[in-house]
Ligand binder design. Structure first.
Ligand code: HEM
Length: 449
């Protein structure tokens, strides 16, 4: 075992939302806060440090219930974090998601001008996320959290989003989600692809060595250590439009399901095309020991089974030949669904808001989330498909190529099925760092020493 393999993550200092997969099924609530008073903000950090759950093996009735807290750059400023410390955070984080709209493809309807208020504005300072297997336990956790901020003048809860699992772990388009996760060295939490070597801890947590041999640190070190970046995006899904598109492009239900699978790279059951290219296999889709056990290059370099342009092959090309090195663009995802299900077979939009609260966790906003979103989702050059884009989540003029013999098929002018309704770039501190923020004056003293 190499020295790196012996890396032990300080799980009791890392928030559970960073490393622990969400329960199945789940209910979740997001709450955003504005800090109007610096002292109250620091008090809030102190109180939150007592309700936030760590990634260390939890026990007891609330074991699967997590409460995580993250701050925007504006939030760190509102707490009075000194400039030297602010400057030590990632450039993209300091810019904020709104300023990165062009790179992220947030144009037209997805333009921050059209976002749900107050998302993407300087008003959002802190985001709290509670996730639990059921409503009762979520309510207990939220109640504990509520006691920390209610009756704290100078702290305002300004936005809330409730989420809940849909039947069979599916997302609103009807595909099983939450299947593919990387393994992280030293976390003790297994990944879901037995063919993927665990990634260096520094890819996901600040203060540890990453895949490039670097260690990300902030000023002072305690502020960043065991923390990480989190991207929240509220993504509205046009389910009726997606269904109409599949119908219009196919001859009958079987063709619709095959086209849907080709666009995603998995059948709706979760079964990967890589392992069952011609028909669905719901048993395989539901089997976590098999449903992520595959690579692409060996027998499908051309993409005859899983198109290079499909959502899962774009967002994680695994061993497929692409420009670049896939391991440095991996991410942890923590999506939770919101809104009512559109009943099966309905093809007309009912006007309800439904979609995913997408959450990315990783130590490198630039080469992980932003790279995947801008280069792999909204471009096709990296695998030789010119201006093709992700047919599920792409933005702009979306074309999709289905490799086929003797001639490939090309779908042009695919409508946009996912619209950004808002989002934030956040920093999720370690528990010690939360207390450092709570006690900022003393923290500044520590820095001088
Ligand atoms: C509403 C928007 C989205 C929907 C409906 C969606 C849906 C899905 C589904 C059904 C899967 C397959 C299940 C799994 O592997 O866990 C998946 C995988 C994945 N998605 Fe998305 N997704 C969305 C947005 C995004 C975004 C914005 C990104 C990143 C920029 C992303 C990155 C990924 C990654 C990395 C995987 C795993 C691929 C793999 O390892 O094989 N997704 N997504």
């Amino acid at each position: 075992m190499s020295e790196e393999n012996n890396v032990k993550l300080e799980l009791d200092d890392i928030q559970s939302g960073v490393l622990r997969p969400r329960p199945t099924p789940y209910v979740a609530t997001y709450v955003a806060f504005r800090i109007d008073d610096r002292k109250a903000g620091r008090e809030l950090m102190d109180r939150f440090s007592q309700v936030v759950t760590s990634a260390a093996n939890p026990n007891g009735p609330l074991a699967d219930t997590s409460v995580s807290v993250a701050l925007t750059y504006q939030g760190l400023k509102a707490l009075g974090v000194p400039q030297e410390s602010l400057d030590s955070f990632a450039w993209e984080f300091r810019q904020g998601m709104t300023a990165r709209a062009k790179e992220l493809g947030d144009s037209g309807e997805s333009d921050p001008e059209n976002w749900e208020q107050p998302l993407g504005t300087p008003e959002v300072h802190v985001v709290l996320v509670a996730v639990s297997p059921d409503k009762d336990r979520l309510e207990v956790a939220l109640d504990r959290a509520r006691k920390t901020y209610q009756e704290l003048p100078g702290i305002e809860a300004i936005w809330r989003q409730d989420c809940h699992a849909l039947p069979d772990e599916k997302e609103p388009f009807g595909f099983r989600d939450g299947i593919s996760h990387p393994a992280i060295e030293g976390s003790g939490i297994p990944g879901s692809n037995p063919r993927e070597q665990p990634l260096k801890a520094g890819e996901f947590v600040l203060g540890y060595t990453d895949e490039m041999g670097g260690v990300q640190k902030t000023v002072p070190e305690i502020l960043g250590r065991n923390g990480t970046y989190v991207v929240f995006r509220k993504l509205h899904q046009r389910v009726a439009e997606f269904r109409r598109f599949l119908k219009a492009q196919s001859n009958g239900p079987e063709g619709e399901e095959l086209l849907a699978a080709k666009m995603m790279g998995r059948w709706r059951s979760g079964a990967p095309l890589a392992l069952c290219p011609f028909h669905d296999d719901p048993e395989l889709g539901a089997d976590p020991s098999r449903n992520n056990d595959f690579l692409y290059e060996g027998d499908d370099s051309v993409g005859l089974k899983t198109p290079g342009g499909s959502h899962i092959r774009r967002t994680n090309p695994r061993d497929a030949a692409v420009a670049g090195f896939a391991r440095i663009h991996r991410m942890i995802r923590r999506g939770t669904a919101y809104g009512p299900t559109l009943p099966e077979g309905v093809l007309e939009d009912d006007g309800a808001d439904r979609g995913l609260m997408f959450a990315f966790v990783g130590a490198n906003l630039g080469r992980q989330f932003e790279f995947v979103q801008s280069q792999w989702v909204n471009d096709g050059v990296f695998f030789g498909a010119g201006d093709d884009r992700d047919p599920i989540i792409g933005s702009g003029d979306i074309n999709f190529t289905l490799p086929h013999r003797p001639v490939r098929k090309r779908l042009r002018g695919i409508p946009r099925f996912v619209v950004t309704r808002g989002g934030e770039y956040c920093f999720m501190p370690g528990l010690r760092a939360l207390r450092w923020l709570a006690d900022l004056d003393a923290g500044l003293e520590m820095k001088k020493r």
